[in-house]
Design a binder for this molecule. Sequence first.
Ligand SMILES: [Zn+2]
Length: 286
Amino acid sequence: MPKQRCLLAIHAHPDDESSKGAGTMARYASEGARVVLACATRGEAGDILNPRMERPGIKERIAEIREAELETACDILGVERVYQLGYRDSGMPGTEWNKHPDAFCNADETEAVGRIVEIIRRDKPDVVLGYDESRGYEHPDHVKVHEWGTEAFHAAGDPDRYPDAGDPWLPSKLYYFATFSKQRMLKLHEAATAEGIDSPYGGWLENWDEMGFEDPAITTQVNVHDFIEASHKALLAHATQIDPDSFWFALPIELHQRVYPWEDYTLVASSVDVQTPEHDLFEGID
Ligand SMILES: [Zn+2]
C-alpha cells in the first residue's frame, strides 16, 4: 500500500493557520491526506479585535480561549492532529512582550528546533509549510517560525542531529506561504472596484513599497475554489481576533472563487524532481 500523504503546516499563533493556507489544508484533508499542524505560541499578546468579544473574563483567559479557537478552526479544516507548542507570544516588534523570558523569541534554539524535529520524525510529512523572512511584518514569532522551522526541516533528515528525537525523516518538500502578495491583492482589488464593491485593499496597495513588503516568488498555486468558504468559517472561529465585519470578509466568496481561487506558495527545498510552476504540493512525490 502506498504511504498516506501527509502535510505539516508550522504556524506562529492561533489564527495564522486560518489566514494562510487554510483552503490548502481543507482541500488535502478532503482528498484523504493527513494534515498536521504545529502552532508555536498561545497568542496571549493578541488584542481582542472583535467588539462582540469585549466582555469580562475574556482578556484574563485569552491564551486558553485562543487555544480552543484554534482547535475549533482545525476541526472545520479537517486537521487531524494539532501540536500546540505552548510558548508565550512574543508580541509585536518593540513591545515589552519581546523581553519576557518565556516568549517564543527568547526560547532556547536547540530545544525549540528539537521539538519541531520530533514532530516531523513522528508524523513523517511529505510536505512542510513554513514562513518566509516576514519582511515588512517582522513579528518576532513569525521570524522565529521561519528560522527554526526551516532549520528543523533540514535537521529532521540528518541522523547525526537530535538522535533522541526519533528516526530520521526528510520530508520531500519545503514551501513558504506566499499568501501576502501584491499580485493577489491587486487582482482582487481591481475586480472588486470594477464591480462597484468597496475594496479593502486600496490602502495596502498604496503603501506596499513603503512598508517594505517583499513580493514573494510564487512557484506553486493550489486551487482552493471549493474550500474558500471553509477557510472563512475557520477564521470566524477565532472570535476574539476576527471581526465578522472586517476586511477579511469584505469581498464575496464568489468573487474570490472567480478571480483568485488559489493559495500561493514558494518552493524552497525539494528532494524530488519538480518543474515550476506547479499546481499540487505533492507533485513529483507519489
Ligand atoms: Zn501570527
